[in-house]
Design a protein around this ligand. Structure first.
Ligand SMILES: [Zn+2]
Length: 224
């Protein structure tokens, strides 16, 4: 049961087709797992469809087509996770782990082979995904059971969708399908649940700024 949803502006942007591809994929991934947001987005799309006849034509952005394709991929599988998605050996998904939702699996296939896991901190690994610089910074993150990500705030926005396992961050207890959205107003310290590896898809539009004592050290190294 999904409890945490993307903010309204993301659903609106998705319905309007105005999100860049990584953000669009994140929302589509949530939609495959959240009937409430599927209904809300369908309503928004209907309203948009009624309004579109009044709009003057505008030039499309270079990423418009891929955003639409991502939206289509999301819509096609909006009734939940259907077929077994392609295997991604580097993810090390365990037998019995839930499959990747289709929009994300499609995106990973199209994006090409993600970079290998890179250890950020003890217990915390990241695989950055290829993307256009201006479209948001997509990555996968996995956290070993019980391990924390140091307390941090955000210069821009950060959205995390939980794919397997879960984490708590003082603001909520997040599980598969839940979206944690943070910006400069939020400060949080996710700690992975103790019973499973936590796997997430993350999109940021600005570097994370770590706070606290460990954070001050990490910022020195993240400054490049
Ligand atoms: Zn939702």
């Amino acid at each position: 049961m999904v409890q945490f949803h993307p903010p309204d502006e993301l659903l609106l942007g998705y319905a309007a087709g105005s999100l860049s591809e990584p953000w669009s994929v994140l929302v589509a991934t949530h939609l495959t797992l959240c009937p409430d947001c599927r209904r809300a987005t369908a309503d928004l799309e209907e309203i948009g469809g009624l309004a579109i006849e009044d709009l003057a034509p505008v030039a499309m952005s270079p990423t418009a087509l891929s955003s639409v394709m991502a939206a289509v991929a999301g819509a096609s599988y909006a009734e939940g996770v259907q077929d077994a998605p392609p295997a991604f050996p580097f993810l090390d998904l365990a037998v019995g782990d839930p499959p990747l939702p289709r929009p994300l699996a499609t995106y990973l296939n199209r994006a090409g082979t993600p970079h290998a896991w890179r250890t950020l901190l003890p217990g915390v690994q990241e695989a950055a995904l290829p993307a256009h610089a201006a479209s948001g910074r997509p990555s996968l993150m996995r956290i070993r059971p019980g391990y924390p990500v140091p307390q941090h705030t955000h210069v821009g926005s950060e959205a995390i969708i939980l794919l397997a396992g879960g984490f708590s961050d003082g603001l909520g207890d997040y599980r598969r399908g839940d979206v944690s959205f943070a910006d400069g107003r939020h400060e949080h310290r996710p700690v992975a649940h103790r019973d499973a590896v936590c796997l997430c898809f993350i999109v940021t539009d600005a570097p994370v700024r770590f706070t606290g004592v460990i954070g001050r050290l990490l910022n020195v190294f993240n400054r490049s």
